[in-house]
Write a protein that binds this ligand. Structure first.
Ligand code: GLC
Length: 635
């Protein structure tokens, strides 16, 4: 196929596209595939032109990417093509009120893939429809960053299982109504990946797979404007190779950044992505999207080309595995977080702002910053959704916009310092048992780790601890999009400090909130005399209510001014004129909403969580750390 293209550079005219199309027709490509190519190749071509227009091999690469997509489409199992067709007829499937995500480490939660399969009955009991299994690919022992340093995208870590088992698990999950989500760690590979080894050895075709420099000249120039991400591991963005050269490593020294300015890297990664799609993965969590493109003189974060790259991957998928979705992991300024979200780029995204501001509100007992974010930063384009969570396997960073905070008289820098101090228990009266992560004395920057229960006060024995766990989840379950549970948090798992005795983990405090499956808590989940039992029954009640409340589907949200600073309040409108009014009180005391404030609503409402009528005419009391989901009629 490659010989057919003699155009030296990508041209902006239609020649490249029609050339590639005629090749496919000659190959008698499947009609369904051809229809997808006709629809998406012009877009992919345009993206290639912008990314690789100045490269002599641009057209050739584009042609081989399309050929890769064709081969992948042909290899796609019929059952997955059925998923493609079904999703095409119900494109908003992931916006349903029935969606519920869970996330866990395969080894820590279930020992291996077989253990995950054995947990399917529990996942069904919980109502999961989405399961994110954290990195399960081959990864060097010790230097693995919890699996985020991948040595092969086509082999499962042998301690967990095999790729065939993963494909079987995907099918079992699908039959149980659960979509498999895995990480696509494509910004970097492990230093033991064969591409990395070949690049360092200077093997032809691989020299430009990574960013390697003979001396400090370029690293110094780049580091003038880049930020340190894991300063505990190494300063700056580069690490030195044994032969004295320098290689780009944004995260750990053993995670080497790929060079996407080289279209061969794009093609290679597209191949890995399509391979995973054909194993039955339905959603790829696009790891560290902000870092995938570098340009001298910039922060090398969220550059325009990062978006073009994601869109190009998206276009390739639309041709060969059209039901697969991308979820972006961009834990950055909120303006940048949304810039990754569109049907043509990432259809789903973590909502780190809501997550961080939920914790901010619980610490300050002031809901205004979260309320403001819901008001102005919650709306998303059609065909996209948030993934709302209380905490993840990563640290909590205070990624709110300083300019937003200033409007409320809050100064970003001291406020972040307060929040860090509060959550590591350095503030008098703090209920939290968090641990600092990547504290940088030079910049004063730090992030926070801890399980939900430990951060919220259960570990410290604070009387409001369980309520706060419920409140935080109630927000994630009611603001829209896909709510995501960190498995084990539904039974109030506490911090696990044993990482400090483990050499491979001691330097990374995120292990404190990645405990092994908390067997005792699960055993206690039916026992209301234990925190595990109480949290589980209250949380599963919320999950059940959400599942039968159509107003909680989708993402539409109208902020509601309750005239009480500690109240986070919003309406989730439904189709029938009814709406759900959500009220969450972050204060340690009950608050009153005045009758006048509620006068735009009919006086009779239904408390969905308690399943009982409630009268609004005389105003309303929201208890300390309390949450109400009220079905209301607008007057
Ligand atoms: C993402 C992961 C995190 C990992 C980093 C480097 O942020 O969530 O756990 O350390 O990428 O891969």
């Amino acid at each position: 196929m490659r010989e057919a293209f003699r155009v030296p550079h990508l041209s902006s005219g239609p020649d490249d596209v029609s050339g590639i199309l005629s090749q496919l027709t000659a190959a008698r490509a499947d009609r369904e595939f051809l229809a997808g190519v006709e629809l998406h190749l012009p877009r992919l071509h345009d993206l290639f032109l912008r990314l690789y227009g100045d490269r002599p091999d641009g057209v050739e690469r584009l042609a081989s990417v399309v050929d890769l997509a064709r081969r992948s489409w042909h290899a796609r199992p019929e059952e997955l093509r059925d998923v493609d067709r079904n999703r095409a007829s119900e494109p908003d499937w992931f916006e349903s009120e029935r969606m519920l995500g869970g996330v866990c480490y395969v080894d820590r939660y279930a020992g291996g893939l077989r253990g995950i399969r054995d947990s399917i009955p529990y996942f069904r009991e919980l109502g999961l429809t989405y399961l994110h299994l954290m990195p399960l690919f081959e990864s060097p022992e010790g230097n693995s960053d919890g699996g985020y340093a991948v040595s092969s995208y086509r082999r499962v870590n042998p301690a967990l299982g095999t790729m065939d088992e993963l494909a079987d698990l995907a099918a079992d999950l699908r039959r149980a109504g659960i979509s498999l989500v895995v990480d696509f760690i494509f910004n970097h590979t492990s230093n033991e990946h064969e591409w990395a080894q070949k690049a360092v050895a200077g093997e032809p075709g691989f020299e430009d797979f990574y960013l390697i420099y003979p001396d400090r000249e370029m690293p110094d120039a780049y580091e003038r404007t880049t930020r340190e991400i894991f300063p505990d591991d190494h300063p700056g963005s580069f690490v030195q190779l044994p032969d004295g050269r320098w290689i780009w490593a944004t995260f750990y020294h053993f995670q080497w950044d790929l060079n996407y300015a080289n279209p061969a890297v794009f093609e290679a990664m597209a191949g890995e992505m399509l391979f995973l799609a054909n194993q039955g993965v339905e959603i790829l969590r696009m790891d560290a999207v902000a870092f995938i493109w570098k340009r001298l003189g910039t922060t090398c974060e969220s550059l325009p080309e990062a978006h073009l790259l994601l869109q190009a991957f998206n276009a390739v998928l639309r041709m060969a595995a059209p039901s697969l979705l991308f979820k972006s992991e961009a834990i950055v300024h909120p303006d940048e977080v949304v810039s990754y979200i569109s049907p043509e780029e990432c259809q789903l995204s973590y909502n780190p702002l809501q997550m961080a501001l939920t914790w901010e509100a619980l610490a300050t007992r002031d809901g205004r910053l979260l309320q403001q974010a819901l008001e102005r930063r919650h709306a998303l384009p059609e065909g996209t959704s948030w993934v709302n969570y209380v905490r993840s396997h990563d640290d909590i960073g205070w990624t709110f916009a300083d300019e937003d905070a200033e409007e409320l008289g809050i100064q970003g820098y001291p406020h972040r310092r307060f929040l860090n101090d509060f959550y590591v228990g350095r503030v008098e009266g703090s209920f939290s048992r968090g641990v600092p992560f990547q504290e940088n004395p030079r910049t004063g920057d730090a992030r926070i780790t801890g399980t939900t229960a430990s951060l919220a006060g259960i570990e410290a024995g604070d009387a409001g601890g369980e309520d706060r766990v419920i409140l935080a989840h109630a927000l994630a379950l009611s603001t829209g999009g896909i709510p995501l549970l960190y498995l084990g948090d539904e039974v109030a798992q506490l911090n696990d400090y044993s990482y400090r005795r483990n050499r491979a983990e001691a330097g990374d405090s995120r292990w404190v909130h990645r405990p092994h499956r908390p067997e005792q808590n699960y055993a206690d989940r039916g026992d209301a005399t234990t925190p595990a039992g109480r949290v589980f029954s209250r949380l599963t009640r919320l999950i059940d209510v959400r599942r039968s409340t159509p107003e909680l589907a989708g993402n539409e949200l109208i902020a509601f001014d309750a005239h009480v600073d500690s109240l986070v309040a919003f309406l989730r409108p439904g189709d029938t004129g009814a709406a759900v009014l959500v009220l969450a009180n972050v204060a340690d005391h009950a608050v009153e909403i005045e009758a006048l404030t509620l006068s735009g609503l009919q006086p009779d409402a239904i408390d969905l969580i308690a399943d009982e009528p409630v009268a609004l005419a005389g105003g309303l009391t929201v208890p300390a750390h309390g949450v109400l989901w009220l079905r209301v009629e607008l007057r």
